[in-house]
Design a protein around this ligand. Structure first.
Ligand code: 5RP
Length: 230
């Protein structure tokens, strides 16, 4: 993101929306917590009201560790019937609240926790708002033995899928699976796209969040926090 002199940095915008998200946290209840650098600011903000909440349901090992280190109780998703709110970042969000997520490789657990929540509040800096999803390479968690076939299926849609690496080796998710990052897509019908790719054999989770879209986006702009309701 290009930043004009004197304008807030991307990290300052992330901290701003993270702080603003506290207003959506129901006191005395559990809160769903996403993953990523914006969420890390949110977890730090959440720690300031930790005595007013029951605890959190977390979407990754990394967020769980950060929550616990700050003294916030973490509950297993299986112990919970529903959450008032789930708060998470996004790699892209459009004008309908549809998102691309998974840049931090946590998309599967993020979708699971989001599905438990009555409301998804997305926290993001303004660089994440797009007209059409797909410029950010779409993360897809896959079962390794299905990887090559799924690469060919994306090629048939005009996409170029590459295996995500970490330290020269395939990245292994919290669920023991791999991530493909797919470039070259323009996702004009996110609901249809998510439904289609989700049923390909070996796809664990596609990083389009259309069925689990955001109802609210707190967007960090140089003019302050802009609230988008979808
Ligand atoms: C992790 C995610 C994150 O929400 C997404 O990658 C945005 O991360 P950041 O806040 O670091 O920009 O989906 O799997």
């Amino acid at each position: 993101m290009n930043t004009a002199p004197g304008a807030p940095t991307q990290d300052q915008l992330k901290a701003l929306v993270a702080q603003a998200a506290l207003q959506y946290v129901e006191r005395g209840a559990l809160v769903g917590v996403g993953t990523g650098s914006t969420v890390n600011f949110f977890i730090d903000a959440l720690a300031t009201i930790k005595d007013q909440i029951l605890g959190a349901v977390s979407s990754s090992v990394a967020s769980t560790e950060r929550l616990r280190a700050l003294g916030i109780s973490v509950f297993d998703a299986n112990e919970v019937q529903h959450l008032p709110v789930y708060i998470d970042g996004a790699d892209e969000i459009d004008g309908h609240g549809y998102m691309v997520k998974g840049g931090g490789a946590a998309l599967t657990r993020e979708k699971i926790v989001a599905a438990l929540a009555d409301r998804f509040v997305c926290i993001a800096d303004a660089s994440k708002l797009v007209d059409v999803l797909g410029a950010f390479p779409l993360p897809v968690e896959v079962i390794p033995m299905a990887g090559a076939r799924i690469v060919r299926q994306f090629a048939a849609l005009g996409g170029h899928a590459v295996l995500r690496l970490k330290n020269g080796q395939p990245l292994v998710t919290d669920n023991g699976q791999h991530i493909l990052d797919v470039s070259g897509l323009q996702i004009r019908d996110p609901l249809a796209f998510e439904a289609q790719v989700s049923q390909w054999p070996g796809v664990v989770t596609v990083g389009v969040f259309a069925f689990q879209r955001a109802q609210v986006c707190l967007l960090g702009t140089p003019q302050g926090v802009k609230t988008l309701n979808f």
